[in-house]
Design a protein around this ligand. Sequence first.
Ligand SMILES: [Zn+2]
Ligand SMILES: [Zn+2]
Length: 119
Amino acid sequence: MISLRFPRISDYENQIVNGKRVCRNCDVFVSVGRRHYCSDDCMLEFNQNHDWYFIRKAILKRDKYKCSICLKRSKRSNLDVDHIIPVRKGIDPFNKKNLRLLCKDCHKAKTKLDVYAGL
Ligand SMILES: [Zn+2]
Ligand SMILES: [Zn+2]
């Protein structure tokens, strides 16, 4: 299961300033009656930026279902979202700048090259 490599939303701690919790998504204090966010908008935004399901959807859309190596368009089931710099290097797994689409064939080839290069 690929999702096991990524932190879950519940793993993110709220920052505490002067004994008050700060919203996970912005610098505003968590509103009274809420636990992690100042507003529903922040909750939605944070979820969409820290949940692999949403990220994958966003990258498919951004890259228009096109493999970034062979540039062929594929259907969703033949495309993987690839971390350009591998997550095990300590990079934020949800940073969209480090994500691109690869078709299964190119992904396999790239993974082999990474291993060969010692990445
Ligand atoms: Zn907020
Ligand atoms: Zn490809």
